[in-house]
Each structure stands twice: as C-alpha cells, then as structure tokens.
Design a protein around this ligand. Structure first.
Ligand code: SAM
Length: 282
C-alpha cells in the first residue's frame, strides 16, 4: 500500500518531532487501512483531515476520495506534504490551527463531507466540541483518540466517565469503535492506548431540546459540581428558586439527585421545563 513509509519520510527530511503539537505519527499500515475502511471513504467524498503529519494517511485518503483538504499547524511539515503529495491534484493543504478554521468556508457546497484524522491528543476534546457545536454539515468523523477519551464519549449515566463530552457526542451522533491501537503503532510512542472511533452524525439530535444553549449550560453546571445535588448545581443558572422547583416538578426529576445520574432525555426534559417556565413567566 504505502509506497513510502512514515519512517522513510521522517528520515529523508530530517524531521524533528514537536511533542507539544501532539506529534505521534502512525507507522502501522493495518491501522491506517482500518481508519480508511472504517470511515467508508468513497469517490464522492470530500474529506477533511486534521493534522496530516507527513501525509501517510492523507495519501490513502487521496486515492479513494474526490478531494482531501488537510489542515496542518506545523510549518515544518508544509513543504514536506507539498513535495510528497505533489502527484495528487485533489489535495488542498491549509496551514492553520484547526481550532481557528471556519469549516463552512472549506465545505462550501460539498454534500458528502467526512472528517478523518489521527488527532493531536492535546486538542482532541476542543476539536470534537468545535466540530459538533458549530453545526457543520458533515456525515461522519472517524478519528484516532486516546482510549480514555473514547470511554468518556461512550459512557452511560452513573459511571465515572459520564460527563459533558458524553452528552455532547451522544446528542449529535451514533458512535462505533473501529479498533484499539497500541502505542507501538506510532513514532514516537505515546504513553497512552488509543482507539479509532467513528461518530456518525444523526439526521436530527437524539432528543428534542427547545434551547440548546440552555441544555448544554445545564449539563455543564451539573457535571462541574459532580458531588453536589442537582438543586445546588443548578443555583449557578441564577434562576428564581420557585421557578426551579416547578421545573424539577414538571420534568419529574428529584432535585436531590446528582447530575451524573440523569440520562440525556432527562437533561432534555429538565432544560425544556426551565425553558417553558421562563418563557411563560416573562
Ligand atoms: N496524520 C499523521 C499520522 O497519522 O501519522 C499525524 C498525526 S499526529 C497525531 C497530529 C498532527 O496534528 C501533527 O502533524 C501535528 O503537527 C498536527 N497538529 C497539532 N496541533 C494542530 C492544530 N491545532 N491544528 C492542526 N494541526 C495540528
């Protein structure tokens, strides 16, 4: 598959890894292929790749898709990528911090948009949050992340991993774990185990929410104070206590419960009750 390996390219250009940029490059072809196959890339797809490194995953994506737009922050990698991938006319390279990119400008009118990436681990959560919160029109996100973040994404109520990230991802997506990946599949080796996970964007969010801003704020407050009751945690919303009492009643949720025991549907019910009460009383 790879004509040139990651190790060869690193050696050829004397590339020096920058730890602070989360640079752990894939050297295991079986993982590379599982990412590409797991993402179900086809010739209609417009692929956005975050952090192409020296372009080994990018090359496989370029062979199978209509276009790949890769976003790389490290200026040392830009000439390497341009040289190594010069035979592809469906490649676009953006030298930028992915957290500062307006993805709508890249996506334009594209209909079949998929994000595929071996993410830099230091920004995994902010990147997932940005991609989901900013409402971009993509079908799926197939990403390599730390195993521990994967556990937080898939966590159910009453577990230590259940939190704002579980709510955010489960609200917008179905999740499927493609495979586990050991540190030996990278150079340099990371300290943690990794997984490849596919997040398939749902046609509409999993639960009906009247005010998403309020819903996510309520979840954040509930998980920021995990050890407190919902009643105490919800004080940070700075709403009238009578109104909050009524909201708990309407949603049929005991305010003495802790936030980490609430399902996605229960968070939606409580935030919808607060929304209805604040909008009828004002
Ligand atoms: N895709 C390559 C691979 O699989 O071998 C490299 C993956 S490496 C884990 C993460 C890549 O993301 C590095 O190339 C790093 O320079 C780049 N990167 C780090 N922070 C970034 C950011 N904020 N925006 C875009 N790229 C970033």
């Amino acid at each position: 598959m790879n004509q040139v390996s990651t190790k060869d390219i690193v050696k050829k250009y004397g590339f020096k890894f920058t730890k602070s940029l989360g640079q752990n490059f894939l050297i295991d072809d079986s993982v590379l292929m599982d990412i590409v196959e797991g993402a179900e890339v086809n010739s209609e797809d417009f692929i956005i790749e975050i952090g192409p490194g020296v372009g080994t995953l990018t090359r496989e994506l370029l062979k199978r898709s209509k276009k790949v737009c890769s976003i790389e922050l490290d200026s040392e990698l830009i000439p390497i990528l341009n040289e190594e991938l010069k035979e592809f006319d469906n490649f676009e390279l953006i030298h930028k911090d992915a957290l500062k990119v307006n993805f709508n400008e890249l996506i334009g009118d594209e209909k079949s948009v998929k994000v595929v990436a071996n993410l830099p681990y230091y920004v995994t959560t902010p990147i997932i949050a940005k991609l989901l919160n900013e409402g971009y029109n993509f079908k799926s996100l197939t990403i390599m992340i730390q195993k521990e973040v994967g556990e937080r994404i898939a966590a159910k109520p009453n577990s230590k991993d259940y939190g704002s990230l579980s709510i955010l991802v489960q609200y917008y997506c179905d999740t499927k774990i493609i495979r586990k990946v050991s540190p030996a599949s990278f150079i340099p080796q990371p300290k943690v185990e990794s997984i490849v996970i596919k997040l398939d964007k749902l046609d509409k969010p999993r639960v009906e929410v009247k005010d998403e801003k309020l819903f996510f704020r309520l979840c954040r407050e509930a998980f920021n104070m995990r050890r407190k009751t919902l009643w105490n945690a919800s004080k940070n919303l700075k709403l009238d206590s009578k109104l909050m009492e009524e909201a708990f009643n309407c949603a049929e949720i005991d305010p003495k419960r802790r936030g980490e025991t609430l399902s996605l549907q229960e968070f939606a019910n409580l935030s919808n009750a607060i929304y209805s009460l604040t909008h009828t009383k004002s």
